[in-house]
Design a protein around this ligand. Structure first.
Ligand code: FE2
Ligand code: FE2
Length: 440
């Protein structure tokens, strides 16, 4: 197949600003939110105008969480942006997800959080009819998954795992059968299939395999189903993380999952991908300067600051409330240095990080995990200190591991954690070329 080029944007979480996003209740809400809500419209417009100006690439794929929380007004405004793409000659394919029909649609007006009109799940394919559904060769009416012709010999399989029609975050037996049938039909027609799914199919980082909502349930079954039926590439979102992962089925077929960040929060990236059936070429692009109101703060810092703020507030939330133990816990958490913690655990910490506050390092690590290409590998001060701390806490890990066993297999927590804070995959999560040759 000739190279098929497309932009990949996900988790736009568009919020219509006229609904209201200011005041005391809003400030309180933003204490725990990773991504921007008041600024989302400006961010999306800036990115979309850059994409529209790119004359080389005709396709744009968006795998879900289009709106903030399903506000009908957000969908209407977001659709206007998609129609601008159409006017610019772009072909857009979307998938909707949990945040597109959530019943808890809210805005913030006069220091209060108010309810606003949401969007029923069944209305979504009508709203987005010109962006996938009307081009569909087949639609699974229950889950609202679809398969559509994108260009000669290339189909898009949009797997809706986050709707009302099937168990949340799962591809059940019924949907698996429907997928298999579509892939068999595509094969008969000599078509290559690219899949999209809102939930990551392969856990983006190893520890996410232990977190229920961080990847598809029974993900190995779905990954094998796709890989063994001719799909080599799946595009996902949901976890707001930059991560590229490979899975090889028992039959020896490989699937690559490109999970991409939220567009409106750190690391605020989107992708340009080229795929020719064997070679997958992934490039990542930063959200451009979208406003003067970042007050001269460099854009990366602007996004990272909000993420850090939300991580620190969430961690501190554990110690919220009265009681002397909670107060001491909070003080310790916010005051202790990495060196101090090292002394408590009897772990030697490199002097370059000894004076750093532990809470700040936790923020650095959180930001790095979601940005991909995590630098804290063995041989770095943080990677080495973390490895030694995990050895010291080995007796705790050994107690926890049997409780996390799946199908009788215990996870290796130390390995999982080290490979979560350090990218040891041998390739980048952001800019990478991968070659796949499968038997199927
Ligand atoms: Fe999302
Ligand atoms: Fe999501």
């Amino acid at each position: 197949m000739k190279p098929f080029n497309f932009f990949l944007v996900t988790d736009t979480h568009y919020f219509e600003p006229s609904l209201g996003a200011s005041g005391k209740a809003f400030d309180e809400y933003m204490k725990r939110e990773q991504y921007f809500m008041a600024e989302s419209s400006d961010i999306i417009k800036a990115v979309f105008s850059d994409i529209a100006a790119d004359k080389e690439t005709e396709y744009v794929i968006i795998p879900g969480d289009l709106s903030k929380n399903g506000e009908i007004e957000s969908h209407k405004s977001f659709l206007k942006e998609l129609y601008k793409f159409k006017d610019a000659g772009k072909k857009v394919f979307v998938l909707t997800a949990g945040h597109d029909y959530n019943e808890k649609s809210r805005a913030f007006v006069d220091d209060e959080r108010i309810e606003v009109e949401g969007t029923p799940f069944k209305l979504l394919p009508k709203l987005y009819k010109d962006f996938g559904y009307s081009q569909a060769i087949a639609v699974d009416e229950q889950s609202l998954s679809y398969i559509a012709d994108m260009t000669d010999g290339v189909r898009l399989l949009a797997i809706n795992c986050d709707g009302e029609g099937n168990p949340k975050g799962a591809v059940d037996e019924r949907l698996s059968e429907w997928i298999k049938l579509q892939l068999e039909n595509a094969k008969k027609s000599g078509c290559e299939v690219i899949a999209i799914c809102h939930y990551p199919i392969i856990p983006p980082v190893p520890v996410f395999d232990l977190v229920g909502d961080a990847k598809l349930k029974n993900w190995r079954d779905t990954a094998a189903l796709l890989a063994d039926n001719g799909v080599k590439l799946v595009l996902t979102g949901h976890m707001h993380i930059q991560s590229v992962n490979k899975f090889t089925s028992e039959n020896g077929n490989t699937l690559v999952d490109i999970c991409t960040s939220c567009l409106t929060g750190s690391p605020a990236k989107y992708r340009k991908v080229s795929y020719d059936g064997e070679k997958i070429d992934v490039r990542s692009i930063d959200v451009p300067d979208f406003r003067e109101e970042t007050n001269g703060v460099p854009l990366k810092e602007f996004f990272d600051n909000q993420f850090r703020y939300s991580i620190i507030n969430r961690v501190n939330g554990i110690f919220n409330g009265e009681g002397i133990a909670k107060k001491i816990g909070k003080k310790l958490l916010n005051g202790i240095t990495v060196g101090g913690l090292g002394r408590l655990l009897l772990v030697k910490v490199d002097k370059s990080i000894r004076k750093k506050k532990f809470i700040d390092l936790a923020g650095d690590i959180g930001i790095a995990i979601f940005a991909g290409d995590q630098p804290f590998v063995a041989g770095t001060p943080v990677g080495d200190a973390f490895g030694k701390a995990l050895d010291r806490l080995g007796f705790v890990l050994k107690k926890v591991e049997p409780k996390l066993a799946k199908n009788g297999v215990k996870p290796d927590l130390k390995e999982m954690l080290l490979n979560t804070i350090g990218n040891n995959k041998g390739y980048s999560d952001n800019n990478v070329i991968i070659y796949i040759q499968n038997k199927s």
